[in-house]
Design a protein around this ligand. Structure first.
Ligand SMILES: Nc1ncnc2c1ncn2[C@@H]1O[C@H](COP(=O)(O)OP(=O)(O)OP(=O)(O)O)[C@@H](O)[C@H]1O
Ligand SMILES: [Mg+2]
Length: 294
C-alpha cells in the first residue's frame, strides 16, 4: 500500500501588504525525505517553513500534515499536531537561567510528560547531539554551536515526524558551523524523520539532500535530486546555481543525493563562495550577496 505523504502543501499563498511572499506553492514531501530549500534572499523560504507549522498564517491554500489540514484544526488539535513538528531556527532561544537538560525537559513537561521522565528523555536527546557531558550547563556556559545543538536536541526530544530547519547555521561563527552540520547529517543518515531544511550551505545540500527545491519570488522554480537541480536545471535561477557549483573545485558532473555518489562530494572540499547573483531590483529584498558556505 502506498504511504501517505507526511506533508502535502497545496496552493499556499502569503502576502505582506503589497509583497507577495508565497505565490502558490505546491509541495508533496514523502515520509523520510530530506528536502533542502534554497533560493536568494527574500524569495520566501522562511515564510514557507513558518507557514508549515502555522507560526505564520497563510492567506490561502492547504497544508496537509499526516493526513489532516493544519489550517482547519481547532487550537487543541493544532497544538497536538505541532508536537509532531520540530523546528530549529537561526537562534536557539534557550531559557538563560535553565540548564541544557532543563531547557529540553521544559517542552516535554509542557506536553504532559512527568518531570523525571522528561529529564531522562532530555539526557538521551543531549546524548544524540554529543552534549551529554554538558547537560548541567546554562546557555551562557555553552558555545554558539553547542547552544544550537541543544536547540536541536530540544526539537528531537519530542520525537517529531517532521523537522523544519530555517538556516540553523546562519548565525554561527564559521568555525562552529561544521559541528552543527555534522549533527544534522547524522540525523539524516538515521532516516527516522522527514526534514525540510532551509539552508545556504551547499555542502549540506550536496551531501545530505534527497531532493532540492529552488525558490524564486515566492514560487518553486526547480524541484529534483541535487544532481538534477544543480547539473541540469531548467530555470534561470537554477542555471546560476549550476554555474556557481561548476566554479567550485572538484565538482563531479553527475551523481547526487544522500545515497548517491559524485555531486555529493563536491561541497565537502569547497570554500566559501558568493551567493548566486542578486535578482533584478523588482523582486529583490535588501541584504542580498551574503556569502554561501559550501
Ligand atoms: N513581517 C514581514 N513584513 C513585511 N514583509 C515581510 C515580512 N517578512 C518577510 N517579508 C518579505 O517577504 C518576502 C519573503 O521573505 P522571507 O523572509 O520568507 O525570505 P527568505 O527567502 O527567508 O529570505 P532570507 O534568505 O533573507 O532569509 C521578502 O520580500 C521579505 O522582505
Ligand atoms: Mg529566511
Amino acid at each position: 500500500m502506498k504511504r501517505e505523504p507526511v506533508l502535502d502543501v497545496r496552493g499556499l499563498r502569503k502576502r505582506y501588504g503589497e509583497i507577495v511572499a508565497l505565490d502558490g506553492v505546491d509541495l508533496v514531501v514523502p515520509a523520510g525525505q530530506t528536502l533542502v530549500v534554497m533560493g536568494p534572499s527574500g524569495c520566501g523560504k522562511s515564510t514557507l517553513v513558518r507557514c508549515l507549522n502555522r507560526l505564520l498564517e497563510p492567506d490561502a491554500g492547504e497544508i496537509w500534515f499526516e493526513g489532516r489540514n493544519l489550517l482547519s484544526l481547532t487550537p487543541p488539535e493544532l497544538a497536538a499536531a505541532r508536537r509532531r513538528i520540530g523546528f530549529v531556527f537561526q537562534h536557539s532561544n534557550l531559557v538563560a537561567r535553565l540548564s541544557a537538560r532543563q531547557n529540553i525537559a521544559l517542552g516535554l513537561i509542557a506536553a504532559g510528560r512527568p518531570v523525571e521522565e522528561a529529564l531522562e528523555a532530555a539526557e538521551t536527546a543531549l546524548d544524540r547531539v554529543g552534549l551529554a557531558a554538558k547537560a548541567d550547563r546554562r546557555p551562557s556556559q555553552l558555545s554558539g554551536g553547542e547552544q544550537q545543538r541543544v536547540g536541536i536536541a530540544r526539537a528531537l526530544a519530542l520525537s517529531p515526524a517532521l523537522m523544519l530547519w530555517d538556516e540553523p547555521t546562519a548565525a554561527l561563527d564559521p568555525l562552529l558551523v561544521r559541528e552543527v552540520l555534522d549533527v544534522m547529517e547524522e540525523l539524516v543518515r538515521d532516516g527516522e524523520r522527514t526534514m525540510v531544511v532551509v539552508t545556504h550551505e551547499l555542502s549540506f545540500a550536496l551531501r545530505a539532500a534527497d531532493r532540492v527545491i529552488l525558490m524564486d519570488s515566492g514560487q518553486i522554480v526547480e524541484d529534483g535530486s541535487p544532481a538534477k537541480v544543480f547539473t541540469a536545471p531548467t530555470s534561470l535561477l537554477g542555471e546560476r546555481y549550476r554555474r556557481l557549483l561548476e566554479s567550485l573545485p572538484g565538482l563531479p558532473a553527475e551523481g547526487g543525493g544522500r545515497k548517491g555518489k559524485g555531486i555529493r562530494a563536491a561541497g565537502a572540499n569547497a570554500g566559501t563562495v558568493p551567493r548566486p547573483a542578486p535578482r533584478p531590483p523588482m523582486a529583490q529584498k535588501s541584504g542580498g550577496g551574503r556569502p554561501v558556505r559550501a
